[in-house]
Design a protein around this ligand. Structure first.
Ligand SMILES: Cc1cc2nc3c(=O)[nH]c(=O)nc-3n(C[C@H](O)[C@H](O)[C@H](O)COP(=O)(O)OP(=O)(O)OC[C@H]3O[C@@H](n4cnc5c(N)ncnc54)[C@H](O)[C@@H]3O)c2cc1C
Length: 375
């Protein structure tokens, strides 16, 4: 090892001498990687290949003591840090340029933390037996897109908690634009079949892949369609209902999407999530029927501009139907700005600022959808 230039929380660089870095390395049970080390480039890659950051150090933690040692080391030298779980976050807040990545991706149970208040190293949850469930895709030619999405909207008005049906605009591997329904019913299979029969009758799917499957199959249903390593730019918004004109906007824009990998997802919300008070958790938005996500994806980094611009144009066009609030996990990076983070937490934001001011007054955990401390 040689001396190491590394970025601090002030945005300036300092130089750590070789012995200091070596001391940190030997304090870890996991590995410590820097540029040039075998595995460094692999370790800085995340799901969205449009993010290409070069940390000075990556601490690949394998247990709680590694996480504590990494936090203490970073605090002692005022280092800029990011915290990595699964690396699935679209803006890439889990990696940083020039700083230290505290990488928990080898601690497999710990994925997906909000990130503003510390580092989660374990959690307990109660499991319930689920399945087999009734799930899968209904697919239709794109010419039916308006009719299918209108029928789905009306159908979803009277479905029980146990049934959820998302809408999607997508392109087949052969290059044909399609409209789809993603069905998930958690209950007796026959009851589920009876519940979705009216949807089938009214829409006549070209391909019907809905049947009894395990819960794990449902969870991984879309994995192959959403692989690691593509260029991604997402934009999202809760919608105030889904009038015909909003559906027309989605369909018209999708017809002009520059990349066949791009999708538009209409996530249906309702049921139990509605029955939690909006100030009970950090998440506040419980009154909307749909969350809409533009999943703009392409292969060649040189194609970024038309794909990003297309997504922004659609997002602007949908604004008349938008609620003006967003789900925090779908926020893009910097361009969305502090006001969008506030909008994501809405009435709960000020309470989160109080907590941040108490537990992280120096904003040590800052590479996230950042809630800034009041000082
Ligand atoms: C294909 C796809 C589908 C998705 N679908 C959904 C969906 O249906 N619902 C949904 O909510 N989100 C969805 N997302 C978004 C994704 O789940 C979130 O961005 C989530 O935060 C990613 O978790 P991660 O562990 O991979 O986080 P990372 O990308 O590793 O990090 C994200 C943020 O969390 C922080 N963080 C990570 N681990 C920890 C930890 N242990 N302690 C503290 N902070 C930590 C990081 O510092 C960073 O700020 C989807 C993403 C993809 C790529």
């Amino acid at each position: 090892m040689t001396d190491l230039r590394i970025t601090t929380t002030r945005g300036t660089d300092i130089v750590l001498d070789e012995a200091t870095v070596e001391g940190f390395k030997t304090s870890l049970r996991g590995s410590l990687l820097r540029s040039g080390d075998a595995g460094y480039d692999e370790a800085r890659k995340i799901w969205n290949a449009n993010v290409d950051k070069r940390p000075a150090l990556i601490a690949r933690c394998v247990g709680v003591s590694d996480v504590i040692n990494a936090v203490n080391f970073a605090r002692a030298h005022s280092l800029l840090i990011s915290v990595r779980g699964g690396g699935h976050n679209i803006p890439g807040n889990c990696v940083c340029n020039g700083g230290l990545v505290i990488d928990l991706s080898r601690m497999k149970g710990i994925r997906g933390g909000g990130g503003n208040f510390g580092i989660v190293t374990s959690f307990e949850f109660r499991l319930h037996p689920v399945g087999p469930i009734l799930g899968g895709l209904l697919l239709y030619p794109f010419a039916q897109a308006r009719a299918v999405l209108r029928t789905l909207r009306d159908f979803n008005l009277s479905t029980p908690d146990a049934l959820s049906v998302f809408g999607a605009l997508l392109t087949s591997p052969e290059g044909d634009r399609l409209v789809g329904c993603v069905v998930c019913y958690n209950g007796p299979i026959e009851q589920g079949q009876a519940l979705i029969q009216p949807l089938r009758d009214q829409t006549s799917p070209m391909v019907d892949l809905v049947g009894p499957i395990s819960y794990e199959q449902m969870q991984t249903l879309l994995d192959e369609a959403l692989p690691f390593g593509l260029q991604n730019y997402w934009k999202s918004e809760f919608l105030n209902g889904l009038p015909d004109a909003a559906i027309d906007t989605l369909v018209d824009h999708f017809a002009a999407a520059p990349s066949p990998l791009t999708q538009i997802i209409l996530e249906q919300f309702g049921g139990a999530y509605r029955r939690v008070a909006s100030n009970e958790n950090a998440f506040s938005h419980r009154d909307f029927d749909y969350n809409f996500v533009i999943v703009s994806r392409w292969v060649d980094p040189a194609d970024a501009e038309p794909n990003i611009q297309w997504a922004r144009n659609l997002w602007n066009a949908i604004q008349p139907y938008a609620a003006g609030v967003v789900y925090v996990n779908y926020l893009e990076a910097g361009e969305e700005g502090a006001s969008r983070i506030r909008a994501a937490y809405a009435q709960n934001y000020d309470r989160l600022v109080d907590l941040k001011s108490k537990y992280d007054p120096s904003n040590f955990f800052r590479l996230n959808q950042n809630i800034k401390p009041s000082n």
